[in-house]
Design a protein around this ligand. Structure first.
Ligand SMILES: [Zn+2]
Length: 68
């Protein structure tokens, strides 16, 4: 019985590692398909790519409107 549990456990670990190997980008952190970092607007909390975000006085904004 213990052998069966060990086999199942090893199989599960193997599948987990295999999935991680196949999808290295499927981490829990919020990232776009291009691997870009997403930042939350401090006004409306919308997530925008780092390159599109407007950073003013250390705060992050999604658009010019919200940065004013
Ligand atoms: Zn905003």
């Amino acid at each position: 019985m213990i052998k069966l549990i060990l086999v199942l456990l090893l199989g599960w670990v193997g599948i987990s590692l295999f999935k991680r190997f196949m999808n290295p980008n499927s981490s829990k952190s919020v990232k776009t398909k291009t691997g870009q970092k997403m930042l939350a607007c401090s006004v409306c909390d919308t997530h925008v790519p780092e390159s599109d975000a407007i950073i003013k006085n250390g705060k992050i904004f999604c658009s010019q409107e919200h940065s004013e």
